[in-house]
Design a protein around this ligand. Structure first.
Ligand code: DC
Length: 219
């Protein structure tokens, strides 16, 4: 069974997807990590993010291994390395390249093949797994998402400015939602969940209950 969770950055999607998978005894796939890995490989290899042909060739050659929430590229573990601000910006740039998306869609389908999985991204219910048993679209206001990110950074002792974070979030939302290929939008049959005023545990309970109902219906 495939459960998809799509939505913009900062909605708590990853945390919820991981926890939901754990509760249900499913695997979990963070597809943003794959886009991040491509951007990371470009930055490492000094490939310009404007050099589409080289980026596409590189993506097709990369060997991805995803296990228990950790990612390896060509046998090198990159799980933490792909979380920097440069990689975050780069990922949203490589994500607009159709050939990169096609190659990564294939990787995602291979990872999900024959597994019970909760997969999380932007286009899981719309493009990659249109026949998924259960689809969610998680959202929250840009201000609330910026507030959560701001708290996360300052709690880690990092310097952060709320207005800058809010601006970056809006910029990234805009790029993800207006791109021509696989823009960020809910699948017609997705269940919409707004987490602006909900605690993470409430979101999780809601998703778990719905997923169990869908699972029972599908039997
Ligand atoms: O969820 P994230 O921040 O790790 O995603 C990184 C970038 O990859 C983000 O700009 C959106 C893009 N992405 C995408 O286009 N499609 C996906 N399925 C997942 C992520």
């Amino acid at each position: 069974m495939i459960i998809t969770i799509d939505g913009p950055a900062g909605t708590g999607k990853s945390t919820v997807a991981r926890a939901l998978a754990e509760r249900l005894g499913f695997q979990f796939l963070d597809t943003g990590a794959l886009y991040r890995a491509v951007a990371w490989a470009c930055l490492e290899g000094e490939i310009s993010l404007d050099d589409v042909k080289t980026i596409v060739d590189k993506t097709r050659q990369m060997q991805f291994r995803w296990e228990e929430g950790r990612l390896w590229i060509d046998e090198q573990e990159v799980t933490e390395k792909i979380r920097t601000a440069d990689v975050t910006q780069g990922a949203s740039q490589v994500a607009v390249i159709p050939e990169v998306r096609e190659a990564l869609n294939e990787v995602q389908r291979q990872i999900a093949d024959t597994r019970d999985i909760v997969t999380e991204g932007r286009d899981q219910g719309t493009v990659v797994f249109p026949h998924a048993t259960c689809k969610f679209y998680l959202n929250a206001s840009a201000e609330e998402r910026a507030r959560r990110r701001y708290l996360e950074l300052t709690n880690q002792g990092e310097e952060a400015e709320f207005e800058t974070i809010l601006e970056q979030i809006k910029e990234r939302d805009d790029r993800d939602a207006t791109r021509e290929i696989a823009p960020l939008k809910p699948a017609p049959d997705a269940i919409l969940v707004d987490s602006t005023n909900l605690k993470p545990d409430r979101v999780l309970d809601l998703l778990e209950k719905t997923a169990q109902e869908k699972q029972a219906e599908a039997k």
